[in-house]
Design a binder for this molecule. Structure first.
Ligand code: GDP
Length: 195
């Protein structure tokens, strides 16, 4: 088992984060919480790379569609009238396509972040998926307000500044996908954390 200080997670700054000039601010949020950036690069992703980044299995796609259906139910919106279908799989596929189109629309910044409970802490610093629900103090809560009601109406992905892995297993898989099989962290001792 890894030393608790060595847990790593994967973060992508999405097109809206880059285009809003938030690259530095986002990195700062991780560093000020005593997490270490141990790999970092800006790049233009291909459609195929993004398509392979997001899961393709039915369960993930269905969950994505169910999120929209839940929001529609909460706000009394008819999915059939709005999207032409009320099937979770169909809606999930639609959202996934919007997401891939969005993710290739500008350069991204990929990074690996290391530290105590890095996976959970980075997700906490990011805040929940929909900006309008995110608490102030989180990245999404301080710099975004998007909602699936609006995004679906505009036939695009919800813009929420960053992607962060959900589990250590997902992080491992995503780091390999974006940084290659032989990935090694850039190891250094942070003042006040490691010595
Ligand atoms: P995350 O882990 O917080 O990024 O959220 P998910 O894995 O559930 O969804 C992946 C991405 O799809 C999100 O970050 C949003 O950009 C987008 N997304 C999720 N749900 C919806 C939705 O209901 N409608 C739209 N338009 N986009 C969504």
């Amino acid at each position: 088992m890894k030393h608790p200080k060595e847990e790593i997670t994967f973060v992508l700054i999405k097109p809206d984060g880059v285009r809003k000039g938030l690259v530095g601010e986002i990195i700062k949020r991780f560093e000020q919480r005593d997490l270490k950036v141990v790999a970092l690069e800006m790049f233009q992703p291909t459609h195929e790379q993004i398509d392979n980044h997001y899961p393709k299995d039915g369960a993930w796609i269905t969950r994505l569609g169910q999120k929209t259906l839940k929001t529609y139910e909460k706000y009394g919106v008819d999915p059939l009238a709005e999207l032409g279908t009320n099937k979770d799989v169909e809606i999930g596929k639609m959202v996934r396509k919007w997401l891939v189109d969005f993710m290739v629309s500008a350069p991204l910044v990929k990074m690996v972040v290391q530290g105590i409970h890095a996976v959970d802490v980075v997700r906490k610093i990011a805040g929940p998926t929909f900006g309008y629900q995110a608490e102030m103090g989180t990245i999404r809560g301080d710099f975004s307000i998007d909602s699936p009601l609006l995004a679906n109406k505009e036939k695009r992905a919800v813009m929420n500044l960053i992607h962060a892995s959900e589990t250590p297993e997902e992080a491992e898989h995503e780091i390999e996908h974006w940084f290659g099989k032989g990935f090694k962290v850039h190891s250094y001792k942070r003042y006040g954390i490691d010595e």
